[in-house]
Design a protein around this ligand. Structure first.
Ligand SMILES: Cc1cc2nc3c(=O)[nH]c(=O)nc-3n(C[C@H](O)[C@H](O)[C@H](O)COP(=O)(O)OP(=O)(O)OC[C@H]3O[C@@H](n4cnc5c(N)ncnc54)[C@H](O)[C@@H]3O)c2cc1C
Length: 645
């Protein structure tokens, strides 16, 4: 998902002031034991430090604490505790979590990039206990099996990861199969469009079927492609968000059986301390930043915490490479420029940044206001009131119908020789590989918020599922006041593949949407500026085109307009991976398959940064899975160690 526009943020701030003072009513009223905002003296040295209390970090630390009660484990998280927080527990509040001013978010500001019109892209991440899983829009989406096999990392193929993907979930959809899904895991998955606007979902599915994309029985079976489905969600039967902290961490902190598990919130991990080639602890600073932006807000008082056995860096795809670089682990040239002494020259750190890049576009809709969430955007409905009167809509996630798509052979051919060559290389061998995802929202979501949202609008997101564009993130100095340099690399691939795929997605979704019964035209600010007289020009209408209407005829000028628009609007869909990838050093790898940082003992990375490439799905599922798998790896290593003694 992309950043919310600032005007919208201001509005949400006003709406949120009151509700966030009240409890969610969801959490166990007993206080968590073991959560601190100041480091207690008895935790100045522990066995395992988990640097980042996000999605993978919470899963990893929790499972490890089960397997090894003899180890003291300390999670250090820059954000706050997420327990009893209404904006975390209640799904529709996720919209408020993408506010620039929200302290639950950490925004990485990109550099100006010439290929996208010298624009700087902002990328949002979660910064609260539970990380992205506490603030995201809860779409349940699993990796395609071929994606993990393609990594060619021993122990990380589809058949290796599938058991963990089942272990994390309780799949509450009767049409699912136990061969494919899990039924007794900590995360409740609520199925097939529950908690959402049914009419919109029905219309999208019918229109998609008319375009040759049927409704899938199970879009998350890890192989299905060229189909749509109502979104499954990380929500329980009461309509409450499922996140890594509530599903894994808080129950253990409250059950009295995990005195070994501790959490320090509101502290940054600055760097790992490396002595004699081994990680022996971390340096931390208090986070006094309430705004959620990256720069400023940290105190300068540094403290160290010792790690007798291991430091696991779990600060996410943007945080983890920075911790490594500040520790002296990274490309020696980058480190020299940042004034950091090199401990291990690892050029792969911070590179290989891959993200689901794409667009948001919007339409006028004949749906009445009670069938969209727009009331909370235009201020006619308050989230506070909805919460008070137990309005079921508070359980909506906004993300309604999703898909996995590939252009047909003839479409690939029509996209030109360069595109076709890239297609054959990346997609030719695996017919289940997802190229593109189109998803429909139950209301307005786009960077061009109208000042007066009088029409009912809804938005469509389109993202490139397996992009060729590559970016990077690197530190520019040794301290937190040195903002990192983030280059997204969006649309920088020489083949033009990602741009062409965005153009294809734009055309596909238009043909679908204009056939929906409640379609009332395009919302112009969120569409390309087509040349005068274009067949593709935005219109305002009373109803849809007939199902058998001819498709829009795009001229070369129209295609240029769509391409220009793609460069103007391309945005992050917040699923980035790859900045500390597994692989050999020769291939730019940072970690071995046991997640050890090359060249340093006792230092691992456990989050989405370890993935060599995107897995063609929204990314939370992979983060949960990585947390589970990493806990097994480390647990086995500690058992082996104990047996050796
Ligand atoms: C707005 C938004 C919507 C999304 N929607 C979906 C969705 O619907 N479905 C889906 O599958 N995925 C979604 N995602 C993506 C998904 O939530 C994330 O990719 C995933 O949660 C990342 O997991 P992680 O463990 O790698 O990192 P994170 O969960 O981001 O965890 C990293 C943690 O480290 C902390 N941290 C960072 N730096 C430091 C430091 N120096 N010291 C201490 N702590 C630090 C952070 O505060 C954070 O808590 C969304 C993401 C966003 C931002």
């Amino acid at each position: 998902m992309a950043a919310m526009p600032v005007r919208l943020n201001v509005l949400f701030n006003a709406l949120l002031f009151v509700p966030l003072l009240i409890s969610s009513g969801y959490s166990n009223p007993e206080r968590d034991m073991g959560i601190y905002t100041e480091l207690p003296a008895h935790l100045s040295e522990v066995d395992v430090i988990v640097a980042g209390g996000g999605t993978a970090g919470c899963v990893f630390a929790s499972r490890l604490s089960d397997a090894h009660p003899e180890l003291s484990i300390l999670i250090i998280e820059r954000g706050s505790n997420n327990d009893d927080d209404a904006a975390v527990d209640n799904p529709l509040f996720w919209l408020t979590n993408v506010m620039t001013a929200s302290s639950r978010m950490l925004i990485y500001h990109g550099a100006d990039e010439p290929q996208i019109g010298n624009r700087a892209v902002d990328i949002f991440t979660g910064s609260v206990l539970g990380g992205g899983s506490s603030i995201n829009c809860m779409a349940y989406s699993r990796a395609q099996s071929g994606a993990m096999d393609e990594w060619r990392i021993p122990g990380w193929g589809a058949k290796d990861l599938w058991p963990y993907m089942k272990k994390i979930e309780t799949y509450n959809d009767k049409s699912g199969s136990p061969d494919i899904h899990g039924y007794d895991g900590p995360l409740q998955i609520t199925g097939n469009g529950a908690w959402g606007p049914t009419r919109l979902q029905d219309e999208v599915l019918k229109a998609a079927a008319g375009q040759g994309y049927p409704e899938a029985v199970d879009l998350q079976d890890m192989d299905t492609v060229n189909a749509f489905q109502r979104c499954h969600r990380y929500i329980d039967s009461q309509g409450k968000r499922q996140n890594a902290a509530h599903a894994y961490l808080h129950p253990r902190l409250k059950d009295g059986k995990h005195p070994n598990l501790h959490v320090l919130t509101q502290h940054h991990v600055l760097r790992a301390l490396i002595e004699g080639g081994k990680a022996v602890g971390v340096e931390i600073v208090r986070n006094t930043d309430a705004s959620g932006t990256r720069s400023g807000g940290s105190s300068t008082d540094k403290t160290t915490v010792g790690a007798r056995k291991m430091v696991a860096v779990t600060a996410g795809n943007f945080g983890s490479p920075q911790i490594l670089e500040r520790s002296g682990v990274g490309d020696s040239e980058v480190l020299a420029q940042a004034g950091i002494e090199t401990a291990v020259d690892l050029p792969g750190v911070g590179g290989n940044l891959q993200d689901h890049l794409g667009f948001f576009t919007s339409y006028l809709s004949g749906l009445p206001s009670n069938e969209t969430y727009n009331g909370i955007i235009n201020g006619s409905v308050s989230l506070h009131d909805m919460l008070e009167r137990h309005d079921k809509k508070i359980g909506w996630t906004a993300y309604e119908v999703t898909s996995r798509l590939r252009p047909s052979d003839s479409e690939v051919h029509r996209m030109g020789r360069k595109f076709e060559a890239a297609w054959k290389e990346d997609f030719g061998r695996d017919p289940t590989k997802t190229a593109a995802v189109l998803a429909t929202y139950g209301g307005y979501y786009s960077p061009n918020l109208p000042t007066n949202l009088s029409n009912e609008l809804f938005s469509v997101a389109g993202f490139v599922a397996y992009p060729r564009s590559r970016g990077s993130i690197h530190v520019t100095g040794p301290s937190f006041s040195d903002a990192p340099r983030l280059v997204t690399g969006y649309l920088n691939d020489e083949s033009g593949f990602d741009t062409q795929l965005m153009v294809w997605m734009y055309k596909k979704q238009r043909e679908m949407i204009r056939r929906m019964p409640t379609y009332r035209g395009e919302y112009c600010p969120d569409h390309p500026s087509f040349p005068e007289g274009s067949d593709a020009a935005c219109v305002t209408v009373d109803g849809p085109v007939p199902e058998d209407a001819p498709d829009i005829k795009y001229t070369a000028g129209d295609d240029k307009a769509i391409e220009a628009w793609c460069r103007k609007v391309v945005a992050s869909h917040s699923h980035s991976v790859g900045t500390c990838k597994m692989g050999s050093q020769q291939e730019g790898g940072v970690l071995d398959e046991h997640l050890n940082v090359h060249g340093v003992q006792g230092l691992k990375v456990v989050d989405l940064s370890i993935a060599p490439s995107t897995v063609q799905s929204n990314s939370a599922n992979l983060a949960f899975t990585i947390g589970e798998k990493a806990a097994d790896i480390v647990s086995g290593e500690f058992l082996g160690e104990a047996n050796r003694i």
